[in-house]
Ligand binder design. Structure first.
Ligand code: FES
Length: 88
C-alpha cells in the first residue's frame, strides 16, 4: 500500500518499511485491509480500521485511507489535506 500511496503523490511517514516500527500506522475509513505486519493485536486486526501501509494490502478493489496523520510535514509550505482513495 505504501508504494501505491507514494505513486499517487502523497509523501507519507515511514521508517522500517517492514511492519515493525509503527510509523506508518494509518486509519482505514472504508474497505478491508489485508494485514501483513507483526504489531497489531488480534482485536485490532478484526476491527479493520487501521493498517501499516508499508507491508499491508487491500482485500478488495478499493480502500479509503485517512492520511492526515501519516503525511510527511513540509517545512515552510502550506499542506493541502484531502482524503485519498486508491482503486487497486
Ligand atoms: S514503516 Fe515501520 S511499520 Fe511501516
Amino acid at each position: 500500500m505504501l508504494e501505491a500511496v507514494r505513486r499517487a503523490g502523497a509523501e507519507v511517514l515511514a521508517s522500517c518499511e517492514q511492519g515493525t516500527c509503527g510509523r506508518c500506522l494509518t486509519p482505514v475509513l472504508e474497505g478491508r485491509p489485508d494485514h501483513r505486519d507483526s504489531r497489531l493485536a488480534d482485536h485490532q486486526r478484526a476491527a479493520k480500521d487501521c493498517m501499516f501501509l508499508c507491508v499491508s494490502r487491500s482485500c478488495g478493489d478499493r480502500l479509503t485511507l485517512d492520511l492526515v496523520r501519516t503525511l510527511r510535514p513540509l517545512r515552510g509550505r502550506p499542506v493541502a489535506i484531502c482524503s485519498l482513495s486508491t482503486a487497486l
